[in-house]
Design a binder for this molecule. Structure first.
Ligand code: SAH
Length: 377
């Protein structure tokens, strides 16, 4: 089913009389906006390039637009990123930004520099509804979905911060600090698919931010009915938070399994559009001591994924206050990895990054909570 722009408008629409943010609008929406100002359609391409290709924040920077148009735009519109309310740097170079959204809610966004790439871990929701037992975000009740502007805004803000917008003098930057995106921050991206999809289409556009789908990975706990569409519509890499090889255990630690059990999830992975040996599915597997980390678990994992072009990313459990689990020992993790590797699947162990600032996988949480409904009301 084609998606209409109206479906994206709801969470974004600024209900008050305040200025409207152009970030989050795609070409069609920019075109429609310009038409209301009696401007020709081709101006939308120029505007798109200024906003997403150059990172312009002021209309006066947009020198190929007439002064009259710039004034008309400045009158009613803004090009606004989320505000940074806290900026934490880890000793390992990882950076965590706590972002304040227009309605006061907060989400986190993490930049992880590595020798051959720089990855931005982007949030899709304020909080999360999944309640995975080992995940800190899961202890925060969902407040709401992020809109396209708030998702694209995270990437634009990181680019501002890293000083990586191409300029006329430096039109292309190859050695980027922000080369890859993982939709692995707060929230379940497939429970906010319309907005995540709108945002990623903007991010992948060659005239704008231009990060290729090959450098974008979307991670899901297993929203089976949307997996096919994610591949067909976006073509990004898929990561699946598997974490257990038996339904009884997965029901407990990744409760969405009660709705979409392992067999259905793996069938969707097998059919993921574009999957092949050079574009593997990543299975994420958190290593919880004495819970899911035996040799037998590893052998069962290998049996389950047989025939799916995959790699298995082992994530040593990252603790948080009150967490009911411990991290598996290094020896256990290595023994587990060895079984998976000897069956022919790459099985990297994810080095925890930014642990000292609570920026590692599963440690993200903001203070935003849904206000309690009044019982009397
Ligand atoms: N909701 C999506 C996106 C979150 S990605 C998903 O579940 O895939 C974040 C990854 O970190 C997921 O694989 C998640 O299961 C994992 N994770 C959560 N808590 C963790 C923790 N405490 N230690 C290590 N990994 C964790």
């Amino acid at each position: 089913m084609p998606i209409t722009s109206e479906q994206f408008a709801a969470p974004e629409a600024s209900s008050g009389d305040g200025p409207i943010n152009l970030i989050g609008m795609n070409r069609a929406e920019l075109t429609a906006t310009l038409e209301t100002l009696d401007e020709p359609r081709f101006r939308a391409d120029q505007l798109f390039k200024w906003i997403y290709g150059r990172g312009a924040t002021e209309f006066d920077q947009m020198t190929n637009l007439s002064k009259t148009l710039r004034a008309k735009l400045a009158d009613r519109y803004v090009v606004a990123r989320p505000q940074i309310s806290q900026d934490l740097a880890s000793k390992d170079g990882t950076h965590k930004w706590l972002l304040r959204l227009d309605d006061g809610n907060e989400v986190e966004c993490v930049h992880i520099p590595e020798s051959d790439r720089g990855t931005l871990c982007v949030s899709s929701q304020v909080g999360c509804t999944l309640n995975c037992r080992f995940c800190h975000t899961g202890t925060q009740r969902l407040v709401r979905n992020l809109g396209p502007a708030e998702i694209v805004g995270q990437i634009m803000l990181a680019r501002d911060h890293l000083g990586e917008w191409p300029t006329v003098e430096r039109p292309s930057i190859y050695e980027r600090e922000l080369s890859n995106i993982v939709m692995m921050g707060m929230g379940e991206p497939l429970y906010n698919f319309e907005n995540v999809s709108a945002a990623l289409k903007i991010v992948m556009d060659d005239a704008g931010i231009a990060i290729s789908r090959r450098r974008i990975t979307l991670s899901t706990a297993g929203v089976v009915p949307l997996i096919e569409r994610c591949g067909a519509e976006l073509g990004v890499n898929l990561a699946v938070s598997l974490h257990a090889v038996r339904d009884d255990l997965r029901d407990e630690i990744v409760p969405i399994n009660r709705k979409y059990p392992i067999a259905e999830l793996l069938a969707a992975c097998r059919d993921y559009p574009g999957v092949r040996n050079s574009r593997r599915i990543t299975f994420e597997y958190v290593m919880l001591r004495d819970v899911n980390d035996t040799d037998a678990d590893a052998r069962e994992l290998v049996r389950l994924i047989a025939g799916i072009p995959s790699k298995v990313n082992l994530i040593p459990f990252n603790p948080w206050p009150g967490a009911p689990y411990d991290r598996s020992t290094d020896e256990r993790i290595e023994a587990f990895a060895e079984i998976v590797r000897s069956a022919g699947y790459p099985s990297p162990v994810r080095t925890p990054r930014g642990e000292d600032i609570m920026a590692a996988c599963g440690q993200l949480k903001s203070e935003s909570e849904r206000p309690r409904r009044s019982v009397a009301g």
